[in-house]
Design a protein around this ligand. Structure first.
Ligand code: DNO
Length: 399
């Protein structure tokens, strides 16, 4: 695999040099300062390449070109935004980029209730707590239809939790959920969020699925034409939130979007951490089934409080948790071997250690939530160890 590392640009407290020292070969980045829906300017693309080169690495993957709500709902400026997405792809291709990640989650991108949940040995991990989330939805956001979306026991727990909640916790929930986490395209106040939710009335699962297919039908041929693989990141967590449909949560969801627009350039960002929050997602099997369409990989692990959908979970260490990481990496290495035999240029699949717990000096550095230096370095080192072992000529898979 090609070992990459997410860098949020010059504002990132973890530098490109740090990434190189951690063992990364390439960088994953995006122009977060360009408004959603607009074309990325050529000189800004060039500048990001230069910034990364100055740190000693190259820009391998774009994560993400943001997806406007207009595109997802097919309203307002959606046609212009699709044309802009296509033009951004052409410009990125001309600059040497070959892989572009995106997601199609309505309104909210990845969502956690707690960004610094303390683990047994004092590390800080990210957590999604279902009771906190329901308390937010019913009692803080006060979404009119919220209560009906939760079973009685959860409504009761949420009411109890909310009655003892301090102002600080209420503000943190509003910020973590509504204002968005690093990499999210847009953030909202509670009123804006309610307003946005109203814009999804009438958009059910089938409709959103069709809107994704319509988008891909326009964009995937352009991507193929300019030699870029686009790859959809899954829903995180992989179930409906705030009554919104989510359409890339399961193996069946991915099968649908890949079949409907059956062009190899239309592919998957396999995120083991996102999909792994559901017990019915068998990650090694999914990695094998969609192997040829996997263009980018996020390796991360979660430990669930229960095997229900939805559930509470926290981001565990990369080799702990629900996903059998050795089996996933073995599946990806087999696919790379297959591509090598076919003489494909893209036989090394870019991967990044996704997130990391804050450990050691991370605890005081104040990097982006989920993206500490040492926690990710540790993840990358462990994942590389597995890869090296599995591909060893004498002891590995091919022995
Ligand atoms: C979280 C990430 C997400 C993801 C985007 C992809 O760390 O995995 O922000 O990058 O959703 O578009």
């Amino acid at each position: 695999m090609r070992h990459t590392w997410r860098w949020f640009g010059p504002i990132d407290k973890v530098s490109v040099r740090d990434a190189a020292q951690a063992g990364a070969e390439g960088i994953v980045s995006a122009l977060h300062h360009i408004a959603t829906g607009e074309v990325w300017p050529v000189d800004e693309i060039a500048r990001r390449h230069e910034e990364i080169k100055a740190g000693g690495l190259v820009w391998d993957v774009v994560e993400s070109i943001p997806m406007s709500e207009d595109i997802k709902t097919q309203t307002g400026d959606w046609k212009r935004h699709i044309a802009n997405w296509q033009e951004t792809l052409r410009r990125l291709s001309a600059s040497g980029i070959r892989t572009v990640c995106y997601n199609f989650m309505p309104i909210l991108d990845w969502t956690r209730t707690d960004l610094r949940w303390e683990t047994g040995h004092g590390a800080k991990a990210m957590r999604f707590d279902l009771v906190d989330f329901a308390a937010f939805d019913i009692h803080i956001l006060k979404r009119p239809e919220a209560a009906a979306d939760y079973p009685d026991w959860l409504q009761e727990e949420a009411a109890r939790r909310f009655s003892g909640m301090k102002d600080l916790k209420i503000a943190a929930l509003a910020k973590n959920i509504g204002a968005g986490l690093p990499g999210s395209a847009d953030g909202y106040t509670l009123d804006q969020l309610l307003e946005k939710l109203r814009s999804y009335q009438g958009i059910d699962r089938a409709r959103l699925q069709q809107n994704l297919v319509d988008f891909l039908s326009e964009v995937a041929p352009v991507a193929a034409d300019v030699g870029i693989n686009i790859c959809a990141h899954g829903d995180d967590p992989p179930w409906s939130l705030l009554g919104l449909p989510r359409i890339l949560s399961t193996e069946a969801d991915y099968a649908h979007m890949l079949d409907q627009v059956n062009i190899r350039a239309n592919g998957v960002t396999l995120c083991t951490g996102s999909l792994g929050a559901r017990p019915d997602n068998d990650l090694p099997f999914i990695a094998t089934r969609f192997a040829d369409r996997i263009h980018f990989v996020h390796l991360r692990n979660v430990t669930r409080d229960s095997d229900t959908v939805p559930c509470s979970f926290f981001e565990d260490e990369h080799l702990e948790g629900a996903t059998d990481m050795v089996a996933v990496i073995a599946a990806l290495l087999s696919e790379e071997a297959r591509r090598r035999e076919e003489g494909r240029e893209d036989h090394r699949i870019p991967m990044r250690p996704d997130h990391g717990q804050e450990i050691l000096d991370d605890l005081t550095r104040g990097a982006q939530p989920g993206y500490p230096a040492i926690g990710r370095l540790k993840g990358l080192a462990e994942l590389r160890g597995i890869e090296r072992t599995l591909s060893h000529a004498r002891y590995g898979l091919g022995a």
